[in-house]
Design a protein around this ligand. Structure first.
Ligand code: ADP
Ligand code: MG
Length: 595
C-alpha cells in the first residue's frame, strides 16, 4: 500500500499558519505589509483583547476587484511576483502569497474591499467561504480577523499573555511607522489609542510621535555614503539611553530588518560614551542595490545578509562615531526667559546632560509647556548641520587646546571653578582626570617604546584551573604590553614587571583587574578595542574621588592637561567634563543686559 499522500490544501494552510502567523504581531505584520504594498497612506489597526478577539486593519490603498478578492485567499496567490528571477529583486514586502490563506484558515475573516466603485465583501470561517456580497464601499481595504486560532486550540494556547502580545504588536507598529514616515499609522486596543503617526514624511516628526519629545529633541542626524551604501537616519545623544536594544531600528531598502552584527556595530560606535548595559535609540536607514543583499525569504524572520559587510560596518561605525564626537562639545548653559514666571530666568543646557539640574534651583520639576514643546519641535525640524557647521565644530576642538583657564576654587570637593576673559567654567575634577588618564594610557599603547618598572615584591595570583587556561591562552597580550609574568606553582602566576602607565598608588589593584579582563576576553576580541577598554577601566581607577581636597596646583594641572586632550569634553563614559557660562550669559542672568 502506498504511504505517501498529498496533504489537503486546508491542512497545508493550517501548517503554514503555524509558521507564518504564530503570534498576533505576525498577523498584524502580514496585513499591514499588504496595505503598504497596496500603496496605502493611512493604515489603521484596531485590536480587541490585544488582538485575541479581533484584529481589524483598514487602509486607503488600491483595493481589489471581486475576482482578486477571492483569489487572494488561495495558496500562493500573489499579485507581487511572477517569475523566479523576481525573487532577486523583491521590492514589495509580501511575496509568497501565503499570508491571507494561512490567516483565514485559523480564524473568522471578513474582507471588505473596493477599487473605488463597487465593493466586495467576503466572509470566510476556518478557510471556508461563508458569504460573498457586493455593495458600495470607498476605495481601500478592511480586513477583520476574529477569534484567531479558534479551530486550532493548541496554537491558541501557544499565544503569550495579552500584555506580551500587545507589546510585541506595538513594537512592530513603531518600527514600521519609523520606516514609513510618509504613511500615517494608528494602533488602538479596546478603543484606546496606543500609537498615532501623522505620515508627514518627516522622520524626526515620526520619532517625536513615537518616542516623545525627550527623545526627539536629543536625536542627531546622520548621513553618509560610500560606493555601495547610503546611510542616513537619527541617533540618540549618549545621554538618552535605554536598557535594551529594542530601540535600535534598522531599515534596509524600506524593510525593517534584524541583524545582530549591525546592532553590535551601532552599539560599539557609542563605546566610551555610554555604559555597556545601556543602549542608544537609533533609526538607521540603509539604501543599497538589491543584488548586494540577501533577504531571508522566510516571512517572519527579518534577517538579512550583506555582500560587503565589512564596508558597511565601517561606514556605520565612522558615521555614528563622528556625529557623536562633533555633537558633544562643551555643554553651554543658555538662559531662557519664560513669560508668566515672574520674569525668573531659567537655564536650559543646549546639550542634554541635564547639566542644569544641580545648579538651577528654580527650575526643578517644571514641565515644558505645550507652546514651548511646539517651538522646540519646530527648531528640531529645521535642517540639521551643514558641512560648514561640522567643520566649525571640529575646529572648536583645536581652539580648546589654546584655551587659557585660571582656577578660582573648588566647590563640593568635586567641581573646579575656573575663569578667563570669556566666562566661567565648571570642571568635574573626577571626570576630567579620567579623560586625561584615558588618553595618556592610549598614547602609551600607540608609542613604540615601552617603559617598565620592576616590582620590589612580585604580585602572585592564584587562579582557578579554567581561568588559568584561559589566561595562558591570551597572556601574550600582557607580555606585549611590557608585563613580565612567570609561572609560580600550580595555577599561580607571578607578576614581576609592569609598564609605567599603570596609575601610581593603584598598581596592584589595576594588575588584578587586567588579569581578569584577559580571562574574560570574548572570542571575537580585537586588540584596539581591548586596549581602549583597558585604558577606560584603568583611568577610572584613579582619580580624585568626590569630596577629597585638591590643591591649587592639582587644579591647575588638571585644567592644563584637560585642554590638551583630543576629546576634552567628555570622560570615557560619556559624561561631560566641562560646562561653560559665557560672560554674556552671566550678565543676562543678572539682568545686566536685557537681550
Ligand atoms: P502576498 O502579500 O505574499 O502577495 P498575501 O496572502 O498576503 O500574499 O496576499 C495575497 C494578495 O492579496 C496580494 O498579492 C494582493 O494582491 C492582495 N491583497 C492582500 N491585501 C491587500 C490589501 N490590503 N489591499 C490590496 N490588495 C491586497
Ligand atoms: Mg502579504
Amino acid at each position: 500500500m502506498s504511504k505517501i499522500k498529498v496533504m489537503s490544501e486546508d491542512l497545508t494552510n493550517k501548517i503554514a499558519a503555524g509558521e507564518v502567523v504564530e503570534r498576533i504581531a505576525n498577523v498584524v505584520k502580514e496585513l499591514v505589509e499588504n496595505s503598504l504594498d497596496a500603496g496605502a497612506k493611512v493604515i489603521k489597526v484596531d485590536l480587541v483583547g490585544s488582538g485575541t478577539s479581533l484584529i481589524k486593519i483598514t487602509d486607503d490603498g488600491a483595493g481589489m476587484d471581486e475576482l482578486d478578492a477571492i483569489s487572494a485567499f488561495q495558496r500562493h496567490a500573489t499579485s507581487k511576483i511572477y517569475k523566479s528571477d523576481d525573487l532577486f529583486f523583491i521590492n514589495t514586502l509580501g511575496f509568497r502569497g501565503e499570508a491571507l490563506p494561512s490567516i483565514a484558515s485559523v480564524s473568522k475573516v471578513t474582507l471588505l474591499t473596493s477599487e473605488g466603485n463597487i465593493g466586495t465583501k467576503i466572509v470566510i470561517h476556518g478557510g471556508k467561504l461563508i458569504t460573498k456580497t457586493k455593495g458600495d464601499a470607498r476605495k481601500g481595504t478592511m480586513i477583520s480577523v476574529e477569534d484567531l486560532f479558534y479551530n486550532t486550540p493548541a496554537r491558541l494556547k501557544y499565544l503569550k499573555s495579552e500584555q506580551t502580545e500587545l507589546a510585541n504588536t506595538a513594537s512592530y507598529i513603531e518600527k514600521i511607522a519609523l520606516s514609513y514616515p510618509e504613511v500615517s499609522f494608528y494602533l488602538s486596543n479596546n478603543g484606546n489609542q496606543i500609537i498615532k503617526t501623522s505620515g508627514t514624511g518627516n522622520l524626526l516628526k515620526t520619532i517625536h510621535e513615537i518616542y516623545g519629545l525627550d527623545v526627539s529633541k536629543n536625536m542627531l542626524n546622520i548621513k553618509s555614503s560610500d560606493n555601495d551604501y547610503d546611510i542616513s537616519g537619527f541617533i540618540s545623544k549618549p545621554s538618552i539611553l535605554k536598557s535594551n536594544r529594542n530601540f535600535i531600528t534598522t531599515i534596509v531598502n524600506g524593510r525593517v530588518v534584524r541583524n545582530a552584527e549591525l546592532n553590535k556595530v551601532i552599539n560599539d560606535a557609542y563605546y566610551t560614551y555610554k555604559p555597556d548595559i545601556k543602549f542608544p535609540i537609533v533609526v538607521l536607514i540603509i539604501e543599497t542595490d538589491p543584488t548586494l543583499i540577501d533577504v531571508n525569504i522566510h516571512p517572519t524572520k527579518q534577517d538579512i545578509k550583506f555582500s560587503k559587510m565589512e564596508e558597511l560596518k565601517n561606514l556605520v561605525l565612522s558615521s555614528i562615531k563622528n556625529t557623536i564626537y562633533n555633537a558633544l562639545l562643551i555643554p553651554k548653559v543658555e538662559v531662557k526667559t519664560i513669560e508668566n514666571q515672574n520674569e525668573i530666568p531659567i537655564m536650559m543646557a543646549n546639550n542634554d546632560f541635564k547639566v542644569h539640574e544641580p545648579s538651577v534651583i528654580y527650575n526643578q520639576g517644571k514641565t515644558v509647556s505645550f507652546k514651548e514643546e511646539q517651538r522646540i519641535l519646530n527648531e528640531l525640524l529645521e535642517p540639521t548641520d551643514t558641512q560648514e557647521q561640522m567643520d566649525f565644530k571640529t575646529s572648536k576642538n583645536e581652539e580648546m587646546k589654546t584655551l587659557e583657564l585660571y582656577p578660582c576654587g573648588l566647590v563640593m570637593g568635586t567641581y573646579i571653578v575656573a575663569q578667563n576673559d570669556e566666562g566661567m567654567y565648571l570642571i568635574d575634577a573626577h571626570a576630567a582626570q579620567e579623560r586625561i588618564n584615558y588618553e595618556r594610557i592610549l598614547k602609551a599603547f600607540s608609542s613604540k617604546q615601552i617603559q617598565t618598572i620592576d616590582l620590589l615584591i612580585p604580585i602572585n595570583m592564584e587562579l582557578s584551573s579554567s581561568d588559568y587556561l584561559k589566561f595562558n591562552e591570551h597572556k601574550n597580550i600582557l607580555l606585549d604590553m611590557g608585563f613580565i609574568i612567570e609561572e609560580f606553582g600550580i595555577n599561580t602566576i607571578s607578576i614581576k614587571t609592569h609598564p609605567t602607565w599603570l596609575i601610581t598608588g593603584y598598581e596592584e589593584e589595576s594588575i588584578r583587574r587586567l588579569i581578569e579582563m584577559v580571562i574574560e576576553l570574548p572570542n571575537d576580541f580585537d586588540i584596539i578595542r581591548f586596549q581602549d577598554s583597558v585604558a577606560a577601566t584603568m583611568a577610572c581607577k584613579v582619580s580624585i574621588k568626590g569630596n577629597t581636597r585638591i590643591t591649587e596646583n592639582q587644579m591647575e594641572s588638571i585644567i592644563n592637561s584637560l585642554v590638551l586632550c583630543d576629546n576634552p569634553y567628555n570622560c570615557p563614559h560619556g559624561r561631560p567634563t566641562i560646562i561653560t557660562f559665557t560672560k554674556y550669559e552671566l550678565e543676562k542672568m543678572f539682568k545686566r543686559v536685557m537681550n
